[in-house]
Design a protein around this ligand. Structure first.
Ligand SMILES: Nc1ncnc2c1ncn2[C@@H]1O[C@H](COP(=O)(O)OP(=O)(O)OP(=O)(O)O)[C@@H](O)[C@H]1O
Length: 495
């Protein structure tokens, strides 16, 4: 019988008088993957912040190796072996992998750093975890999955015995997500207690030894993964069954809504062509960091392509001009809500109405009217918050994503680019967002879906274009291919 390395005993936490966690108790064992699951706003991140010392609980205790930890700070948590790899990468992108791993602990004599030892120690930290990354590589040149792996290696080298991974596979393509899952299993085999947060139920059932489900800040189910299944987990998380099926859509209109011709941009896009008809959803699927994010930059006007053209409803859009992109009726919803999507410090209502106000040329608004105008969008997108209208960064991740979608899709677009639209949302919200996207096609909107998820493509798209190294390598009608065939095509080229 293993003894828990970390015990959470009767922890409660409120914000502004509303409870985010109520009397939560949970134990984490060494050599186990322990998944935390729950709907958006259920309290997972709050629990993780308490465990990692970023927040103090209002009531309850934490015990590490049998010792009570009062007033845990992030520094103290790290000292007792609790580390967190958050969703946002925290590497210094201009430094090498070795420098990042050894930062704060550089071997030196006086002011002389022993760079050979820095490199050798970092490389060993990577190879001990079976990570094939060169310690001399510059962090900014790595893929997102590789950057996650470097952060994991750094935390393990610093003595992390409880390692929290917050949605480490979000927005990763099938290949990169599989690499992260392999790493999680190696950590487990090395005796680390892995705390794993994910909204992907099949992934959790495949990886986790133990699962704790939270709902409205309380534990609704806890046990071994093998004692539950997908249906049971959904019920414990949501309180009901959730069904999300592809609707039968009428054939799209013959009119082309989005037309991209011979678009070139560095190594990301190479003579890329695509047509999306009005009322049609076409997905672009490929490894994350490949063409999808670059399509967002180019179509939204944030960046000028090297060459090529984009037309919306038959009219060319001037490249590199955000105002022209918006005037064309195209709305681009970023997959990076933190950096590009929402404005921290502004409230939910202000963020929701930001795009509409810009399009209407509205500079001032009355507070009372703001709440009234935002209310229908908040309802349609089911934005849930403990207090009525806090700064947007105080929302849970999934609810921030809903604000982002409401902000752009509430502006009567004629065409949209959606980049990973259900990033971080729970299973129930995902089904609702998928229905909202189905609804856009009914209104004749042309939808280009830049996705990293084969499941989402199978659920939403009519056609899928597979890209690799910026080139279109294959195209399929979604009803003529299985999910597994699509993943195989993404990994290895055309079928
Ligand atoms: N600093 C804060 N101030 C006010 N409310 C907060 C703060 N942090 C979290 N909350 C609220 O606490 C509740 C729980 O949020 P939490 O982020 O823990 O949810 P979660 O389970 O991680 O959700 P998600 O799956 O969307 O990431 C939410 O209603 C959130 O708005």
């Amino acid at each position: 019988m293993k003894t828990p390395v970390l015990r959470v005993l009767g922890v409660s936490k409120s914000f502004g008088g509303a409870a985010a966690l109520r009397d939560v108790s949970v134990e984490f064992l060494p050599g186990e993957v322990h998944a935390l699951m729950g709907m958006n706003g259920a309290g997972k991140s709050t629990l993780v912040q308490i465990i990692s010392g970023a927040l103090n609980p209002d009531a309850g205790l934490l015990e590490v190796d049998g010792h009570t930890q009062s007033h845990l700070t992030p520094r103290r948590a790290r000292k007792v072996g609790i580390s967190c790899v958050p969703q946002r990468r925290e590497l210094v992108m201009t430094l090498t992998v070795a420098e990042n791993i050894m930062l704060g602990d550089l071997p030196a004599s006086g002011s002389m750093v022993h760079w050979n030892r820095v490199r050798a120690t970092a490389q060993r930290a990577l190879t001990d975890l079976g990570i094939a990354i060169d310690a001399d590589a510059v962090a900014g040149d790595l893929t997102v999955a590789e950057q996650t792996m470097v952060e994991v290696a750094r935390e393990v080298r610093r003595g992390g015995k409880v390692l929290i991974l917050d949605e480490p596979t979000a927005c990763l393509g099938p290949e990169a997500a599989a690499q992260i899952r392999e790493l999680v299993l190696r950590l487990r085999d090395n005796g680390v207690a892995v705390v794993f947060i994910s909204h992907h139920i099949s992934e959790v059932l495949h990886l986790a030894d133990r699962i704790t489900v939270l709902r409205d800040g309380q534990v609704t189910w806890a046990g071994l993964a093998k004692e539950t299944d997908e249906k049971g987990l959904v019920r414990d998380m949501v309180g009901r069954d959730v069904v999300s099926r592809r609707p039968v859509r009428p054939a799209g209109s013959p009119d082309v809504g989005i037309s991209i011709r011979r678009l070139c941009d560095g190594r990301f896009l190479d003579r890329f062509d695509i047509d999306v008809r009005r009322g049609e959803i076409v997905a672009v699927l490929g490894p994350a960091g490949d063409a999808q994010s670059r399509l967002f930059d180019l179509l939204s006007g944030r960046r000028r392509p090297d060459s090529g053209t984009v037309s919306i409803s038959g009219r060319p859009v001037r490249p590199g001009r955000i105002a022209h992109s918006l005037a064309s009726g195209l709305r681009c919803v970023t997959g990076d809500r933190r950096r590009l999507g929402l404005i921290p410090g502004l409230t939910i209502d202000e963020n929701v109405l930001l795009a509409q106000d810009r399009l209407d040329g509205r500079r001032l608004h009355r507070w009372g009217r703001l709440a009234e105008r935002a209310a229908p969008l908040r309802d349609d997108y089911r934005v849930v918050s403990l207090v009525r209208n806090p700064p947007v960064e105080q929302l849970s991740g999934g609810n921030q994503q809903k604000v982002l979608l409401a902000k752009w899709l509430g502006t009567a677009p004629s065409a949209v680019l959606l980049e990973d639209p259900t990033n971080g949302v729970d299973v129930a919200a995902m089904a609702e967002i998928h229905s909202l996207v189905d609804g856009l096609t009914g209104q004749g909107v042309a939808v280009l879906l830049a996705s990293s998820s084969a499941e989402e493509v199978m659920r939403l798209a009519d056609r899928v274009v597979v890209v690799r190294d910026g080139r279109r390598i294959a195209e399929y009608q979604v009803d003529r291919i299985t999910r597994d065939e699509l993943i195989a095509a993404t990994l290895g080229g055309a079928l």
